[in-house]
Design a binder for this molecule. Structure first.
Ligand SMILES: Cc1cc2nc3c(=O)[nH]c(=O)nc-3n(C[C@H](O)[C@H](O)[C@H](O)COP(=O)(O)OP(=O)(O)OC[C@H]3O[C@@H](n4cnc5c(N)ncnc54)[C@H](O)[C@@H]3O)c2cc1C
Length: 438
């Protein structure tokens, strides 16, 4: 595995705020003995569960999901709950340059559909995931980039807000020159969404096994054999939907093609109305900045501030604490009037980057019937939900179902990834510079 064992310890849940908001459901039983299924799915996050739902509801397939911990244990149950556009590190210009305008347009449609998919799921499976204010705000702390945003603004439904307008609209901070507000997306409780999908899948007839880490995968007699500690499953098709928690031992093809990266979150105590007024940040809209190692934040329905930061190189207690302290210092710089609001929850988890900087949704080259859907680049609430649906359709004989951008195999990186990650983080840190009040 890429990081220390702590990162993959499925016997422990992250100490997340989300887990504290919902009672833990009865655990899904482990796979026992020799079983047969048509389609086996590895991983019960948004991608695996959406794929399972699509396969059962629209194709009448017989589906078994194997989850190493319990549904939602991975990034799906512990993220920031930003249901937003995203899923690739390539912007529209880069997609057009690499793959043409048709692919860029197609990706645009996928991102928008992905947000609608989450809304559909919430209503179809009656999931109470505390959705909040529509829209997303991109903030910049660089005068040069603010000028560039103003000069290149093209999206018809986006609104530009300078520092004074930000303050007027309830988005006052100490660090940002301006922002662009987009109309799409909304915040939600990601754990409640994951649990609701798992419930919906079980009601639809999906067999869902927890505590069932797949430790062996091979082909025998024209079928796939999956081994867990206490059981074996024989399947015609296998979908690997394990994203940042993927094992390269299970699927050596992945080696050098993906890069798991740490994302960190803290949640404060509820901010008092007086503190909110003093700061001038009163909206629940999702917000993030444009740093390479970005910060993302939003006010939760109970007035806690959720603050996320990408980065960190290790899961050792020392490294995690050092990163959390740095993130807290950035938070205090952005929101000086919230400095007394202690962090009551801090946790982290893994997102998945790929060498192509785009997701991969499709078959694994080699023996038939092995599929992948991963690489949401830290933006998978919407993208993994819709990506799971699209891979399911591809498995059922629709090769054009995945978005064009996600049909290209990520190439194998020639440089050692630990080195690449260290270098990328150092470079990003240099480019970003320290957070400073204006
Ligand atoms: C701290 C953090 C904040 C984030 N914030 C946001 C956000 O605000 N908005 C957003 O869009 N995205 C966010 N993301 C990213 C988003 O959460 C992920 O992209 C998305 O949840 C990925 O879903 P998934 O189903 O592909 O993978 P996961 O949810 O990670 O699920 C993979 C599952 O596979 C299981 N698994 C792994 N190996 C095996 C095996 N061998 N056998 C059985 N099971 C296995 C794991 O236990 C895990 O439960 C964040 C991620 C993190 C970590």
């Amino acid at each position: 595995m890429f990081y220390e064992a702590e990162a993959y310890d499925t016997t422990r849940w992250p100490a997340s705020y989300w887990r504290a908001t919902r009672p833990a459901p009865a655990p899904c039983a482990a796979l026992e003995g020799a079983q047969r299924t048509d389609i086996a799915i590895i991983g019960a996050g948004y991608a695996g569960l959406n794929a399972a739902l699509e396969l059962v509801e629209h194709h009448g397939a017989d589906v078994t999901v194997l989850e190493a911990a319990q549904p939602g244990w991975g990034a799906s149950g512990r993220n920031g709950g930003f249901c937003c556009l995203g899923g690739t590190m390539l912007d529209e210009a880069a997609i057009t340059r690499r793959h043409g305008t048709e692919t860029a347009r197609d990706w645009d449609g996928f991102e928008t559909r992905a947000i609608e998919r989450v809304r559909d799921n919430l209503s179809r499976y009656a999931i109470d995931a505390d959705p909040v204010e529509t829209g997303e705000l991109l903030l910049t702390g660089s005068a040069r980039r603010w000028a560039a945003i103003q000069a290149t603004q093209r999206a018809p439904d986006a609104v530009l807000l300078d520092r004074a307008a930000l303050r007027d609209q309830g988005f006052a901070t100490a660090c940002y020159h301006g922002g662009r507000m987009a109309a799409q997306g909304f915040g939600l409780n990601p754990y409640a969404y994951a649990l609701g999908l798992a419930r919906g899948a079980q009601s639809a007839g999906v067999r869902l096994h927890g505590d069932s880490a797949v430790i062996g995968l091979h082909r025998k007699g024209g079928r796939w054999q999956l081994h867990t500690q206490r059981g074996q499953l024989s399947a015609r098709h296998v979908l690997i939907a394990s994203n940042g928690y993927s094992s390269e031992t299970l699927l050596p093809w992945l080696k050098g093609r993906i890069l798991p990266v740490i994302s960190n979150i803290m949640v404060t105590r509820p901010i008092t109305p007086a503190e909110l007024q003093a700061q001038g940040w009163t909206r629940q809209m999702m917000a993030h900045d444009d740093r390479r190692l970005l910060h993302y934040f939003r006010l939760l329905p109970d007035n806690r501030l959720l603050f996320g930061a990408r980065g960190g190189l290790s899961f050792t207690a020392r490294s995690v604490a050092a990163f959390a302290a740095r993130a807290r210092a950035d938070f205090d710089c952005i929101f000086p009037h919230f400095a007394r609001a202690k962090s009551q929850f801090t946790w982290n988890g893994l997102v998945c980057l790929t060498s192509s900087r785009a997701p991969y949704i499709g078959p694994v080259p080699g023996p038939q019937g092995l599929w992948l859907a991963l690489g949401w680049h830290g933006n998978g609430v919407a993208a993994a939900s819709e990506g799971g649906r699209r891979v399911a359709r591809a498995m059922m004989g629709q090769p054009d179902a995945p978005p064009r951008l996600a049909r290209h195999h990520p190439p194998r990186l020639a440089v050692p990834r630990k080195f690449a990650l260290r270098a990328a983080m150092a470079l990003a840190g240099l480019r970003d510079g320290p957070m400073r009040p204006l």
